[in-house]
Design a protein around this ligand. Structure first.
Ligand SMILES: [Zn+2]
Length: 379
């Protein structure tokens, strides 16, 4: 590297550190295996929108027709683009009857959903193992590698409304009965009403977290935006999703928890005091069978789960060191859950074992209308 270039790189690095926080975490308190606590996020290693498109096109070519890459405006949806006018990319692959929707990076500063999805897509295109044979035969996949391209490009959670840039919209609160604030939401909702998936998986990031009562770093939390046993989910589909969402989480927990460096618990908010139960979350609305403007008149709905990878660009703790580990963890989680869906093993899981996935004592549900307190029974 030339002197001039080295100086330039050093400037960029210090700029990134100053933007994303150079605060050092107390590394000593945490046992190894969690995300990097080195106190800076190397965003140059995070995939950009343009790089994703390049990768999608490469995979499509390599697949010799088995992988279809599409943008939502090609379907004639109005409007079929992001608020800033970016194309919204979706990908379809597989021959199976079971339709699975996998989305990543609905929050633009939660990057690894995109990279995990691309990795699974790559394997679906080229991996000859029996597992991937089964996945291709039993499932038709609908991948959304970067749900929120505008927020991703800005490395922020939200999207910004075109008509008034100071209005930030959390796309994961925007599948609402009275309509959609952001153009992305209506485009993806329209696509969902056409696809009518049987399952959905939604990949997020959370901040650093320690398993309750231990000093073990949590690397992945499992959850869903309508809480099993909560105020909403048990009444949907006669409780079928309340059971299925538990089964899906236990299936992933069993499959991953034996890997070194992976430590799983249940997703909480409010510093571990609450679990979420929100109706405008995308996968919540899927489970509720949102029928906006008569577009889902037959009331299609499907169960879903979240993956919440620990480490977050907004907290500045997604270091390059942990990148490979965290993406691999998501890929393993996806592979196992998809295999469980393909073989229907998911439905054989004892749903009550969901209680075995560690969680802190919970005081209530965080809902759209505030906190609903609960006693701690059942947690
Ligand atoms: Zn998120």
């Amino acid at each position: 590297m030339s002197k001039k270039k080295a100086l330039y790189v050093a400037m960029i690095v210090s700029l990134i550190v100053s933007i994303f926080g150079g605060t050092a975490f107390a590394e000593a308190d945490r046992v190894p295996g969690g995300p990097s606590t080195e106190g800076n996020t190397n965003i140059s290693s995070i995939i950009t929108y343009d790089e994703m498109i390049k990768e999608l096109n490469k995979l499509e070519k390599r697949s010799k027709g088995s992988l279809e890459i599409m943008t939502l405006d090609e379907f004639g949806y109005e409007p079929g683009k992001s608020e800033a006018g970016r194309d919204l990319y979706v990908a379809k692959i597989g021959e199976g009857d079971e339709k699975v929707w996998v989305q990543g990076r609905i929050h633009g500063n939660e990057p690894y959903g995109t990279e995990s999805i691309l990795e699974v897509m790559k394997k679906l295109v080229s991996n000859g193992s029996p597992t991937y044979e089964t996945l291709r035969e039993e499932i038709t996949f609908y991948f959304i590698p970067m749900y929120n391209p505008d927020g991703s490009e800005k490395n922020i959670r939200h999207t910004l409304l075109e008509e008034s840039e100071d209005r930030r919209i959390d796309l994961n609160r925007d599948w609402a009965e009275d309509g959609f604030a952001a153009s992305e939401s209506l485009a993806y909702y329209s696509f969902w009403t056409d696809v009518k998936p049987d399952y959905a998986i939604d990949i997020h990031h959370q901040g650093l977290k320690t398993q309750y009562g231990t000093n073990k770093a949590v690397t992945l939390s499992l959850g869903i935006s309508l809480a099993p046993g909560g105020p909403t989910l048990p009444s949907i589909e006669d409780g079928a999703y309340d059971e299925l969402t538990r089964q899906m989480q236990v299936y992933v927990y069993d499959a991953l928890n034996d890997y070194g460096n992976i430590n799983i618990d249940r997703y909480t908010v409010g510093g571990g005091d609450y679990v979420i139960d929100i109706k405008g979350g995308v996968v919540s609305a899927m489970m509720l069978g949102l029928n906006y403007d008569g577009m889902n008149a037959d009331g299609h709905s499907n169960p879903a789960v979240f993956f919440e990878t620990s480490g977050n660009t907004r907290d500045g703790n997604l270091g390059q060191k942990s990148r490979g580990k965290l993406i691999r963890q998501n890929v393993r989680g996806l592979e196992s859950l998809l295999y469980g869906i393909a073989t229907e093993e998911v439905k054989d899981v004892d749903a009550e074992r969901w209680d075995e996935i560690p969680i802190s004592p919970i005081k209530g549900y965080q809902t759209d209308d505030g906190i609903i307190p609960i006693d701690n029974e059942g947690f």
